[in-house]
Ligand binder design. Structure first.
Ligand SMILES: C[S@@+](CC[C@H](N)C(=O)[O-])C[C@H]1O[C@@H](n2cnc3c(N)ncnc32)[C@H](O)[C@@H]1O
Length: 225
C-alpha cells in the first residue's frame, strides 16, 4: 500500500523532473535498503567469485552502496558512482560509519567519460541498473564500463522474466518505481534484455550464473577484439 501510494506521488513528480532534479526517486536511500537489502545481500554472495582479491573495483550505478560496502573487505580500492544524490548520501554515511578509507562514493553519471582513466580499475560491476535506462544510455554505460576496466560483471533481469513468485514480485517493484522506470523495464524486456545490449556493445560472455530462481542473470563479460 505504502509503495503504491508513493509510486503514484513519484509518477506525478517525475512528470515534472525539474521540480526535484532528474535523478531523484522517492525510494532513494533508506527505503531502497529496507525493500531490497536482503536481495542485495544474496546478490553480493553470488557476485563474490567474480571479484578478484585485493583488486580495484568500480561499482557503477551503485545505488545505496550495498555492494561497494560488501566488497570493501575483499578489494584494495572501491569506488561507487550513482547519479541519485539520495543514494550517494546514504552510501557515504555508511562508509563513514564503518571507517572505510579505501572506499569512496561519487555523485555522477555512468556515461560521463571524464570521471575515470582508461583501465583505471580491475573490474566494474553494473548491478540492476541497465534495465531502467533508455537503450542508448545503457549502451553508453556499457561503453564506459569496458573503457575503465577489462573485466565487467553485470547482474540484471532475465528476459523474459520467469512467471514464478519472485518474478512477479520484481514486476511489481518495477511498476511501483515510477513511470520512467517502468518504461525502461518494459523496453529492456522487449529488446531481449542483456543479450541484445551486450551484442550491440561488442561484449562477449565468458562466464555466467543466475540468482533468485533464474530471475537474475549474472554475466562476466569482455570486449570482443
Ligand atoms: C536498482 S538500483 C541498483 C543499485 C545497486 N547497483 C544494487 O544492485 O543494489 C539502480 C541504480 O542505478 C542508478 N542509475 C541509473 N541510471 C544511471 C546513470 N545514468 N548514471 C548513474 N547512475 C544511474 C540509479 O540512480 C539507481 O541508484
Amino acid at each position: 500500500m505504502l509503495f503504491a501510494v508513493s509510486s503514484a506521488i513519484a509518477g506525478v513528480w517525475q512528470v515534472k523532473p525539474e521540480r526535484v532534479g532528474r535523478n531523484w526517486h522517492y525510494y532513494d536511500g533508506t527505503m531502497y535498503v529496507i525493500a531490497l537489502g536482503e536481495f542485495a545481500a544474496e546478490m553480493a554472495k553470488t557476485l563474490t567469485p567474480f571479484i578478484p582479491d585485493r583488486g580495484s573495483l568500480l561499482d557503477l550505478c551503485c545505488g545505496p552502496g550495498l555492494l561497494s560496502l560488501h566488497f570493501a573487505a575483499k578489494c584494495q580500492r572501491v569506488v561507487g558512482l550513482d547519479h541519485a544524490l539520495g543514494m550517494i548520501r546514504y552510501a557515504e554515511k555508511q562508509r563513514r560509519r564503518q571507517g572505510l578509507k579505501h572506499v569512496s562514493f561519487v555523485h555522477g553519471d555512468a556515461t560521463d567519460r571524464s570521471a575515470f582513466a582508461d583501465h583505471e580499475f580491475d573490474v566494474v560491476i553494473l548491478s540492476m541498473a541497465l534495465h531502467e535506462m533508455p537503450l542508448e544510455v545503457g549502451q553508453a554505460t556499457l561503453a564506459e564500463a569496458k573503457r575503465v576496466a577489462e573485466r565487467v560483471v553485470i547482474a540484471d533481469y532475465a528476459a523474459p522474466l520467469p512467471r514464478h513468485l519472485p518474478g512477479m514480485v520484481f514486476r511489481y517493484l518495477e511498476f511501483v518505481a515510477g513511470f520512467q522506470h517502468l518504461h525502461g523495464f518494459l523496453k529492456y524486456q522487449r529488446h531481449g534484455g542483456l543479450d541484445f545490449l551486450l551484442e550491440s556493445c561488442n561484449l562477449r560472455v565468458i562466464g555466467e550464473t543466475d540468482a533468485v530462481r533464474r530471475s537474475i542473470r549474472i554475466v562476466d563479460v569482455r570486449a570482443v577484439n
